[in-house]
Design a binder for this molecule. Structure first.
Ligand code: FEO
Length: 388
């Protein structure tokens, strides 16, 4: 694959993976992108996951021919991109490794030794000339690890964006970008909105025609669309008007209340009502939806004097990712000591700028006249607030 006359793609597709980063379901696999810039000097940008070292070295060989790469630029030390550095240095012992000081420290931690005496330590704003291509390195700490650098090629106006603008999914599968890029972003970098905002500010000064991330497709058209979504996600703004109802249910009674509320909101004309059983659906997809919509309903049971484990896990995912700026409504179910709403509110305490809906639904075992009336009132309030 050719990015420009000088820039070639040498990445790989992974369809063997079970869980990305040990936790994310990736039904359509994963791509580990890597690039080569051919100029008077040659530079390789990042390596690939350990399972694909051989294939990647072979891709490199095809592009490089008999040339020896002058530089290996390591933008990010997470092993999905760095695990093949040791094999690379064995194949190309004279190549200079280019990375931040923090990245070199991590290299020693991961590989137990300094891999190459040939090294160039870079910091924010440094440049490297390859001949006609001059690369500028921009520090992007916590997007997604502290050592991350992104790289801008002034001649071809290409931003090598490390994990930023990546997505789940291999490159040989055709799928919607936003859906899997959002799940990837919220899951992996969602906590670091401020740091992503800092990076967006830095790159806004650049004339970018192509974005080459470390995962997902190379972005060449309509870059404003992707930049705008990153602006929304990193500022914790609402992307889609609508409601997300997240529930857990042991014997179906809480589920019934959640579904009844969803039906009522749809009837009232809510633009979008999404509903999920947290125990049965992909947790990362549920977390993504919580950040996507402006309004969320949490419905769960009391369990071991707390709340049902999947709701606790869900709320933990939200708080650790700086969930904020949303409106929240609650439904609880408890047969003898209902405390779920109190527990959920306590867990949400660290979140900034949450507005709680006054009407709450308190179910005792199963919906009855009283709790149905509460549900009716909640639906009326939400309908007025969220669906008009
Ligand atoms: Fe794709 Fe943070 O590694």
């Amino acid at each position: 694959m050719e990015i420009s006359n000088a820039i070639k793609y040498v990445g790989v597709n992974d369809h063997n993976i079970d869980l990305f980063e040990g936790q994310y379901i990736v039904e359509n696999g994963m791509a580990y992108n890597s690039y080569v810039i051919l100029d008077e000097k040659t530079a390789v940008l990042d390596t690939v996951d350990i399972g694909f070292t051989g294939e990647w070295l072979s891709n490199l060989k095809t592009v490089l021919g008999s040339r020896q790469p002058d530089y290996l630029i390591v933008q990010h030390m997470e092993p999905d991109h760095s695990a093949s550095i040791a094999s690379f240095t064995e194949a190309y012992p004279d190549t200079i490794i280019v990375a931040s000081a923090t990245a070199f420290n991590m290299m020693k931690q991961f590989f137990g030794a300094d891999l190459s005496s040939e090294r160039l330590v870079i910091k924010d704003g440094d440049t490297l000339s390859l001949g006609s291509h001059t690369l500028t390195f921009l520090a992007a700490p916590m997007v997604h690890w502290p050592e991350v650098m992104v790289t801008y090629d002034i001649l071809d106006k290409v931003l090598f964006s490390a994990d930023a603008f990546g997505k789940f999914g291999a490159l040989d599968v055709d799928e919607d970008w936003a859906c899997e890029a959002r799940r990837y972003y919220i899951g992996i970098v969602g906590k670091y909105g401020m740091q992503v905002q800092n990076l967006l500010k830095k790159v806004s000064a650049l004339d970018i025609q192509t974005i080459c991330p470390l995962h997902g497709p190379i972005l060449k058209e309509n870059l404003g669309y992707y930049l705008n979504l990153y602006q929304i996600w990193s500022s914790y703004s609402v992307e889609t008007e609508g409601v997300f109802i997240a529930y857990t249910s042991v014997y179906g009674h809480t589920k019934k209340a959640a579904e009844l509320l969803a039906d009522k909101l749809r009837t009232m004309g809510c633009p979008k009502v999404s509903i999920a059983d947290l125990a049965r659906e992909d947790m990362a997809e549920c977390v993504e939806d919580a950040f996507r919509y402006g309004n969320i309903v949490l419905a769960t049971t009391t369990y071991n004097a707390g709340i049902f484990p999947f709701m606790r896990e869900f709320i933990n995912h939200l708080t650790e990712r700086n969930f904020q700026n949303r409106t929240v409504a609650f439904i609880e179910n408890g047969s003898w000591a209902p405390t779920a709403i109190k527990t959920m509110k306590a867990l949400l305490e660290p979140c900034k700028n949450l507005t709680y809906i006054e009407n709450e639904v308190h179910i005792k075992s199963a919906l009855n006249e009283e709790s149905l009336a509460q549900l009716e009132e909640l639906a009326a309030e939400l309908g007025k607030e969220w669906c008009s």
